[in-house]
Design a protein around this ligand. Structure first.
Ligand code: NAD
Ligand code: TYD
Length: 386
């Protein structure tokens, strides 16, 4: 999606946007959901910039997410672990990187409850490894005239809100409740410390729940779409009244772009979609989207004959309340006032439109989700939803 603020891209860290210099980005986790969407966005909006993706290709990383930009002359993919500091240092030097956009993380709360170790390793040690490498190459060896380390974090570091509490803002005290959010909180503190102690030029964004294309079907929205198409149960944790603030991934990518171009080093920006929804309400909306789509397209009924909508029944009949997630945060809501005032950020995709587009994307890209639902995915579903 194009918008006016991106029509004449300024160079990173160059407020006036007058230098002809091209940027050279290292995108960690660029084969994951948000990272891949960001790579697509950047290559389209900033022609001529170099984009190097560093990704370990864990269960959540998938080269198919980069299929739309495969063979792009400005893109390079490197398989590797962010904990491998010498490898990161080499990449920064050899590629003349001046900008790191750090997405790589273990990102699923439920998995962090089952096995927190990987979250501490990647999210805490991995982020520290990235910071150490950046400090060595950029601050000590001075390989580039200006640099930026952008850290992608989550609103979950702020904890859980009551129904009437004001939304999270950048000065809300940290109160992480899950091993995932605690590991992200630790990484945020390290990023902040590297700015204050060593002068590394950092920015951090804390964003709400993303959704959109290439979203791995272990998270709520893609899981519900894929289950619904198969006619499988739609598992709702607890009473389904937990509230999330939904952000279309394209809005998130534009938000990060604005921070990279116009954000002030050392600052934190909250990015959200401005739409709160209870989980049950959200899933019911998705079911209604599916019912409409099946009613309009005969082809869907033959392709996904297991879905109740293929027989003219309501997809919402698949909803099933299941045991709640331990420590399940009740409500997240994001106040994006700072990003709006300082950067001109505003979410552009409404939840209704975003859910329709996302449903359509999953219907049109069956090859993608069938490919990612391999043996390890099946094992996760079996253990988690047993
Ligand atoms: P994801 O799980 O889809 O992708 C993570 C990517 O990181 C994968 O490609 C994986 O292979 C890679 N990775 C994992 N460990 C690695 C390692 N040690 N070295 C190199 N690569 C590694 O995650 P996502 O949903 O795209 O999230 C991206 C970032 O955004 C994360 O930092 C997450 O905490 C943050 N975030 C996500 C959401 C959301 O709703 N998805 C919301 C707020 C913040
Ligand atoms: P999720 O997509 O895992 O994101 P997060 O935990 O980071 O917010 O979950 C979003 C919400 O949906 C959360 O309140 C948990 C709930 N949920 C279910 O009710 N059922 C499910 O099967 C999943 C995966 C999530």
């Amino acid at each position: 999606m194009r918008n006016m603020e991106n029509a004449q891209p300024a160079r990173i860290g160059d407020a006036a946007g007058t230098l002809p210099r091209k940027s050279r980005l290292l995108v960690t986790g660029g084969a994951g959901f948000i990272g891949a969407n960001f790579v697509h966005h950047w290559l389209e909006m900033h022609p001529g910039d170099r984009v190097v993706v560093l990704d370990a290709l864990t269960y959540a990383g998938n080269l198919a997410n980069l299929e739309p930009v495969k063979g792009h002359p400005d893109l390079k993919f490197v398989q590797g672990n962010i904990c491998d500091t010498p490898k990161v240092e080499r990449l920064l030097r050899e590629e003349g990187i001046d900008t790191i956009v750090h997405f790589a993380a273990e990102s699923h709360v439920d998995r962090s409850i089952h096995g927190p170790d990987a979250f501490i390793e990647t999210n805490v040690h991995g982020t520290h490894s990235m910071l150490k490498a950046a400090r060595k190459v950029w601050l000590e060896e001075k390989t580039v005239p200006r640099h930026r380390f952008h850290h992608v974090s989550t609103d979950e570091v702020y904890g859980s809100l009551g129904p009437k509490d004001p939304a999270f803002h950048e000065r809300t005290a940290y109160a992480p409740n899950s091993p995932y959010s605690a590991s992200k909180a630790a990484s945020d503190h390290l990023v902040r410390a590297y700015h204050h102690t060593y002068g590394l030029q950092v920015t951090t964004s804390n964003c709400s729940n993303n959704y959109g294309p290439f979203h791995f079907p272990e998270k709520l929205i893609p899981l519900m779409i894929v289950n619904l198409l198969h006619g499988r149960a739609l598992p709702i944790y607890g009473d389904g009244r937990n509230v999330r603030d939904w952000l279309h991934v394209s809005d998130h990518c534009r938000g990060i772009d604005l921070i990279l171009r116009n954000g002030r080093p050392g600052e934190v920006y909250n990015i959200g979609g401005g739409v709160e929804s209870e989980n049950l309400e959200l899933v019911e909306t998705l079911c209604a989207v599916a019912d409409d789509a099946f009613a309009a397209l005969q082809d869907l009924c033959s392709r996904f004959s297991g879905c109740p909508a293929a027989r003219g029944d309501k997809s919402s009949s698949l909803i099933q309340f299941v045991k709640d997630r331990p420590g399940h945060d009740r409500r997240y809501a994001i106040d994006c006032g700072k990003a709006e005032r300082e950067l001109g950020y505003r979410a552009q995709v409404s939840l209704a439109q975003g859910l329709r587009n996302t449903f359509d994307w999953y219907v049109q890209n069956e090859w993608w989700w069938r490919a990612v639902m391999d043996g390890s995915y099946q094992r996760w579903v079996e253990t988690h939803y047993r």
